[in-house]
Ligand binder design. Structure first.
Ligand code: TYM
Length: 329
């Protein structure tokens, strides 16, 4: 049985990295999986401060993007994490089998807490990977399609599943990450040494899925390039390598074909074609999004239905967990 689970935080603009690293493969997986569950992880979003009104809007916006991208509620369960209390409850239980040392080694916590300081980072931010493990383990997940940055978190979910199973008897399926090699790590347009990120200081870091044609052209025009003018992948050319990878992902061409096409041409010509390819790729998604987001009632209905379907699966796992531990009457 192939059971897929993944999620995105409604904590800012969804960008091309999220799309190519995660959502793109979800759409393909929902057809081959026996069970596909896609969550809008709002409880993760509040591990850093969020404006309540914006958060509410972002939740619906991410849901609309899932649908616009081709996640089909007839094939997949789509729901909002906070609508299912089982997530927070299982996270608490998993906290009791998680070691402080394990969480201290999570690179994302180190990165995010360094932005302020460990002293002022929330306990929720520290505990974030345990909630993510709960998300995954509640649904008997076998595969977790994510970008490279989430690999360590999925590995923690594996470790916690194995530890719980050996302590209390087989309860959880041990999940594995599914990472697409070509789009595992889309880098920032303003700094190819860092990943494209929702929390980037500058909007020049990312292409948002909802950016209009003019904005996309401008951001690509201003994207950092490398010293030589050749349009070719290479370890010493991280900026052009990233742009070539993006180009290949949004067109039906391989990197080699694109290199060939732009042999002897300059960065300006390359960037113009790249911007056009991104605009054409995002256009149908944006058009669908615009329609979906206007019909809030239908969108909420889909999420409520998803939550009901998630409940059946999540409740069953949680009951089993409590039984194994000896909780309750
Ligand atoms: P989040 O919201 O940061 O990112 C959502 C998805 O996008 C991927 N991603 C990228 N892929 C390639 N290049 C990039 N630059 C890039 N930036 C982001 C992420 O790897 C992710 O797949 N903790 C998770 C959300 C989560 C989750 C889960 C995921 C909560 N529970 C359970 C899977 C299963 C997160 O913060 O993703």
């Amino acid at each position: 049985m192939k059971k897929v689970f993944s999620g995105i935080q409604p904590s800012g603009v969804i960008h091309l990295g999220n799309y190519l690293g995660a959502i793109k493969q979800w759409v393909e997986l929902q057809d081959e999986a026996d069970q596909a569950v896609f969550c809008i992880v709002d409880l993760h979003a509040i591990t850093v401060p969020q404006d309540p009104k914006t958060l509410k809007q972002n939740i619906l916006s991410v849901a609309a993007l899932y649908l616009a991208a081709g996640i089909d509620p007839n094939k997949s369960i789509i729901f909002v994490q906070s609508s299912r209390p089982e997530h927070a409850e299982l996270a608490w239980i998993l906290n009791t089998v998680t070691k402080m040392g394990e969480l201290s080694r999570m690179t994302q916590f180190k990165d995010k807490s360094q932005k302020t300081s460990i002293e002022s980072a929330s306990v929720g931010l520290f505990d974030y990977p345990v909630l993510m493990a709960a998300d995954i383990l509640l649904y008997g997940t076998t595969h977790v399609p994510v970008g490279e940055d989430q690999k360590q978190h999925v590995e923690l979910a594996r470790d916690l599943a194995l530890r719980f199973n050996s302590r209390y008897g087989t309860t959880f399926t041990v999940p594995e990450p599914l990472i697409r090699r070509e789009s595992a790590r889309i880098m920032g347009l303003d700094d190819p040494a860092k990943k494209m990120s929702k929390s980037a200081q500058s909007a020049l870091n990312y292409i948002a899925i909802l950016d209009d044609a003019e904005t996309i052209a401008n951001k690509i025009k201003r994207a950092v390039t490398d010293s030589e003018s050749e349009i070719k992948v290479g370890a010493e050319k991280p900026a052009i390598t990233n742009l070539l990878n993006i180009f290949a992902e949004v067109s039906d061409q391989s990197v080699a074909e694109i290199e060939q096409e732009f042999q002897g041409k300059n960065y300006g010509q390359f960037k113009k074609s790249l911007a056009e390819a991104i605009v054409a790729y995002l256009k149908p998604i944006q058009e669908k999004y615009d329609k979906i987001i206007q019909d809030e009632d239908s969108l909420k209905k889909i999420l409520e239905d998803g939550s009901r379907r998630a409940k059946i699966l999540a409740e069953k796992t949680l009951l089993d967990v409590k039984e194994k531990i000896g909780l309750g009457l």
